[in-house]
Design a protein around this ligand. Sequence first.
Ligand code: MN
Ligand code: MN
Length: 461
Amino acid sequence: MYKKIAWKEYTPEVLEQLESFSADYRRFLDLGKTERECVLQAVTTAEKAGFRDMDALIGSGARLQPGDRVYRNWMGKCFMAFIVGKKPMERGMNILGAHIDSPRLDIKQNPVFEDQGLAYLDTHYYGGIKKYQWLALPLAIHGVVVKKNGEKVNVVIGEDPADPVFCITDLLPHLASEQMSKTAAKLVEGEALNLLAASRPTESEKEPVRDRLLAALKERCGLEEEDLVSAEIEVVPAGQAREMGLDRSMILGYGHDDRVCAYPSLRALADFDGVPEYTLCAVLTDKEEIGSVGATGMESLYFENTVSELLAMAEEYSGLRLRRVLQNSRMLSSDVSAGFDPAFAGVFDKNNAAFLGMGVCFNKYTGSRGKGGSSDANAEYVASIRRIMDDNGVFFQTAELGKVDAGGGGTIAYLCARYGMNVIDCGVPVLSMHAPWETVSKADVYEAYKCYRAFLKDAGE
Ligand code: MN
Ligand code: MN
């Protein structure tokens, strides 16, 4: 099934399943515009599929048996789920990994200001964005505010059609002669990404519009200005993911990177039937877009700690045994690939590019400047993956991230490879990656799901 156009081979029955899966995925995107919202959905999906909360079991003396299903919500921003296998955990787990944070603008801690009768919320961008793409389009805010007493207020404004939206304004072309001569990187400065949020003054003499904005915030969310100090509010494109193209073959959505791998990973595990040979795992992580750092990034030990807890409940914990569990595991580190774009053909090597509609994409390595920073999967492991894909009729392709020296990038693969486990990057090709609205092919989303199911079922020593 290597490098074929998946669409040409689908039967009407398969097309029906594909459409149903892609509708589920669009719902996941609409309800999951932040890592926290994705975790909440993952918990719901897992509980419906019979997974129990590990945190309720840890320290209770509970023992896990083969076939038992548990999940862990880590700080509300990462999600892990496991199905205990028949074989000892030392034989390694089959792990699916993906990230659920996406490029965006974050509201600053002291964001509210007024300038010439307009009131704004100041932002600090998160991840690799082209800043000019965020101007003059409807934006929503999603997040949490935690009050001093610990009360958590969820904020979503701009998604309901009856809601107001926000916008960062751009300069009219008539007055843009100097702006247009700047490089795209300097077209708008990071500090100028201010969300226009109010324009109608109150009666107050000093900063009357700022006051209006704060009064509205209080009325809508019950929040004081100083509560924003302990908030995590993200600015994202407002509106739903849409079917794209007259043939409805694609999906235009915010945050395909990397929910387009996270959702099929989650579903593949939740939809697994029966008792697996090896212990199965899906991990949805945070902070990939800023280097996987922090207590919710893959660089943190949260994953290792959680596997330790699982080992203690399913068998018996020892440091050596944990090392063996991790070292002998197999992983698909899923993240989006750069889809070949005819409009920008010059940055791709056509023979080693990912094409929309040709299925899930494996990247033996990523990196930049001579594979720098990449986790280069072993040929032996790649061969075993090829076999699994072919045995299960999964359409797949292989690619590099653009032409040699055109740029590059990294994923979470190298962080899991530290344990000595076999890891390969794989994922779904995306057009306009990191733009407010990204494009994927429904066929590739469906093939990713098939790929993850096949890997969970058939990967092994
Ligand atoms: Mn990514
Ligand atoms: Mn990314």
